[in-house]
Design a protein around this ligand. Structure first.
Ligand code: ARG
Length: 462
C-alpha cells in the first residue's frame, strides 16, 4: 500500500522532485490550529447526525488534542510526502487512534477543508491587524493632540502652500487608517461564511448539518453554493487589496518622515532605536524604518497582483493553482503587521523641531492666500485680489522680504486697495486659527477631532 491517503489507484510512487514541488506544508503548517478546529467541528457534526459513533468522536477529539499538543511542543514532524497540513494531521491522528481517524474524512474533502481553514486563519489575522491599526491610530491621535498648535508648512506639489498644524497633518493619516480598518472589517464580514460540507465540489450524499459546523466555528452561516465555496478566493483578493491600500498609506507617511528628517528639512528626528548608521560615513543616521516600510508596499502590492493573476480565468471548481493562494497573503499580513507595529512604537519617541517647522511655515509666502482673502473682505473681487497678491509676492522676492514686511508705499504702488494694515496682520498663527470649521486646520478643530477620535477608538476597543 502507498503511504499516500489517495494511493489506492496508483501503481508507481510519486517522483521525488514532484513530491517536494507539490508540497505546501512549509506554507500551510501555520494553519494547524484552524485545521484541527475544523476537524473537531466536523466530527461533532457527524456524530450528532449519527454518521460517526460517540466512541469514535471521543477518540478523534482526544487524538486531535494530542496532535495539537505535539505541534505546539515542536515534536510533530511535518512531512512533504503527506503534501499539506491537512493530510499530515489526519495521518498522525490515524496512526494514533486507528479506524476512528480514518472515518474523520467522511463527507469532507480537502477542497472544503482548505477553504475553511484559510478563512478561519485569515479571520484571526485580520482581527490582529485591526488591533494594530487601532493602536497606531491611538498613537497618532495622542501626538496630534500634543501638536494641535504646532505650525508647519502645508505643501501641494511639495511646494510651500499654506500653514497647517502638525496635529492636523497627523490626523489626515488617522482618517486613512480608519478607511483601511473599514475595508478589512468589510472583507472580514463577507468572508465569514463556512464552506465546510461543500466537500469536493458538489456537496455530499450524507445527511450533514452545515449550520452546526458553521456555528461551531464562529461563522455567520454556511455558504450557499458548494461549487463557489471550493473555488472562491475573493476573500484573499479583498484582503490583499485592503493590505495593499494600507501599505500605500504607510508608504506615503514613510516618505514624509524621510523627507522631514533630512538636513534640508530638519523638521523631525527619529529615535536612535529606529535608525541605523553607515559603515563608511560616520556622520550618518538613516531613517531605515520608514524606508523599509515604504519598500514593503512593493511586495504587498505584488501579492495582490499574484493572487489576481492566479485566479484569472480559472474554471470552476478547485484547481491546484489555488494552492498558490496562501504564500502572498501570509507574507503580506506578516509584513503589514510589522509595519504597523514599528510605526506605533517609533512615533511617540520622534523629536519634533517646532522652531524649524515654524520658520519653514513663515517663509515661502505661505500667508499669500490669506492676504487675498483680506482683500476680498474689503470688497475686491477674488481674481483681482489674486493678481494684487501675486505682484506683492514678486516685489517681496525682489526685495528679499516677507509679505508682512512690505512698506506702505510699496503696497500703495502695487494697488490702492492693498492696505498696509492687511499685510501687517499676516501671521501663520492667524492663518491656521482662521480655518476654524469642520475639517479645517485650526488648533480648535484639531483638538475637537482628537476628542472625537478618542471616543471612537475607545469604543472600538470595548
Ligand atoms: N494543499 C492544497 C491547497 O492548498 C489543499 C487542497 C488540495 N486539494 C486537492 N484536491 N488536491 O490548495
Amino acid at each position: 500500500m502507498s503511504d499516500k491517503p489517495w494511493g489506492g489507484r496508483f501503481d508507481a510512487p510519486t517522483n521525488a522532485f514532484v513530491e517536494a514541488f507539490n508540497a505546501s506544508t512549509h506554507v500551510d503548517a501555520r494553519m494547524y490550529a484552524e485545521d484541527i478546529a475544523g476537524s473537531r467541528a466536523h466530527a461533532k457534526m457527524l456524530t450528532q447526525q449519527n454518521i460517526l459513533s460517540e466512541d469514535d468522536l471521543a477518540a478523534i477529539l482526544e487524538g486531535l488534542d494530542d496532535v495539537e499538543a505535539e505541534i505546539e511542543a515542536g515534536t510533530f514532524e511535518f512531512t512533504i510526502a503527506l503534501e499539506d497540513v491537512h493530510m499530515n494531521i489526519e495521518k498522525r491522528l490515524t496512526d494514533k487512534i486507528g479506524d476512528a481517524g480514518k472515518r474523520l474524512h467522511t463527507a469532507r474533502s480537502r477542497n472544503d477543508q482548505v477553504a475553511t481553514d484559510t478563512r478561519l486563519y485569515l479571520r484571526k489575522r485580520t482581527d490582529e491587524l485591526l488591533t494594530r491599526i487601532r493602536s497606531l491610530q491611538s498613537v497618532l491621535v495622542r501626538l496630534a493632540e500634543e501638536h494641535a498648535d504646532t505650525i508647519m508648512p502645508g505643501f501641494t506639489h511639495l511646494q510651500t502652500a499654506q500653514p497647517v498644524t502638525l496635529g492636523h497633518h497627523l490626523l489626515a493619516y488617522v482618517e486613512m487608517f480608519e478607511r483601511d480598518a473599514a475595508r478589512f472589517m468589510d472583507a472580514r464580514n463577507r468572508m465569514n461564511q463556512c464552506p465546510l460540507g461543500s466537500a469536493a465540489l458538489a456537496g455530499t450524499t450524507f445527511d450533514i448539518d452545515r449550520a452546526f459546523t458553521a456555528n461551531e466555528l464562529g461563522f455567520d452561516a454556511p455558504t450557499g453554493n458548494s461549487l463557489d465555496s471550493v473555488s472562491d478566493r475573493d476573500f484573499i483578493m479583498e484582503l490583499l487589496a485592503s493590505a495593499s491600500i494600507c501599505s500605500v498609506h504607510l508608504s506615503r507617511f514613510s516618505e514624509e518622515l524621510i523627507l522631514w528628517m533630512s538636513a534640508q528639512f530638519s523638521f523631525i528626528e527619529l529615535p536612535d532605536a529606529f535608525c541605523t548608521g553607515s559603515s563608511i560615513m560616520p556622520q550618518k543616521k538613516n531613517p531605515d524604518m520608514p524606508e523599509l516600510v515604504r519598500g514593503k508596499a512593493g511586495r504587498i502590492i505584488g501579492g495582490l497582483m499574484s493572487i489576481l493573476t492566479t485566479m484569472k480565468s480559472l474554471p470552476l471548481a478547485y484547481n491546484k493553482d489555488m494552492q498558490e493562494d496562501k504564500e502572498a497573503i501570509f507574507d503580506a499580513f506578516d509584513n503589514l503587521e510589522g509595519c504597523l507595529r514599528v510605526f506605533a512604537d517609533m512615533l511617540p519617541d520622534m523629536t519634533v523641531h517646532k522652531e524649524e517647522l515654524h520658520k519653514a511655515a513663515s517663509s515661502g509666502f505661505a500667508t499669500a492666500t490669506d492676504l487675498a482673502d483680506a482683500l476680498v473682505r474689503a470688497n475686491v473681487p477674488f481674481r483681482d485680489a489674486h493678481e494684487i497678491v501675486g505682484k506683492s509676492v514678486a516685489y517681496c522676492i525682489r526685495e528679499g522680504i516677507e509679505l508682512h514686511q512690505m512698506p506702505e508705499a510699496a503696497c500703495l504702488d502695487i494697488d490702492a486697495r492693498l492696505g498696509v494694515d492687511m499685510v501687517q496682520a499676516l501671521s501663520v498663527e492667524a492663518c491656521v486659527a482662521a480655518r476654524d470649521h469642520v475639517g479645517g486646520t485650526a488648533p480648535n478643530q484639531v483638538r475637537l477631532q482628537c476628542e472625537l477620535w478618542k471616543k471612537k477608538l475607545e469604543s472600538e476597543y470595548a
